[in-house]
Design a protein around this ligand. Sequence first.
Ligand code: 5GP
Ligand code: ZN
Length: 115
Amino acid sequence: MSQDPNCIFCKIVEGKIPARKAFEDEQVLAFHDIAPWAPVHILIIPKQHIASLAEVGLEHAGLLGHMMTVGVRLMAELGVTNGFRTIVNTGADGGQEVGHLHLHFMGGPRPWARG
Ligand code: 5GP
Ligand code: ZN
């Protein structure tokens, strides 16, 4: 599994930085965001280091689908019954702050977001 020694999310995968895990398998890790924007705010990451959505190719299609379905399932398991928001920030202009691909899944009673 390729990891970046300077990447904060790789360190979470390796257990060097703690996180409140919600789900884990061979391919992906899901954990609660440290600074949640919503009552339930989960990040889904691939265990392998992929810098952003801009780096993915067709070979990652299965992984991306898996990440998405893990997020959907977790929303239900965490009691999000009235809809949720899914965001992927990509690159500097996309507002990406952590350079390891992650899906945001946010839910829970509004108001908590614009739009
Ligand atoms: P981005 O802006 O890159 O899409 O979002 C990065 C997210 O990662 C932010 O919502 C931020 O709160 C979260 N985050 C950054 N560092 C950590 C950390 O060490 N642990 C956890 N659980 N979340 C983090
Ligand atoms: Zn990484």
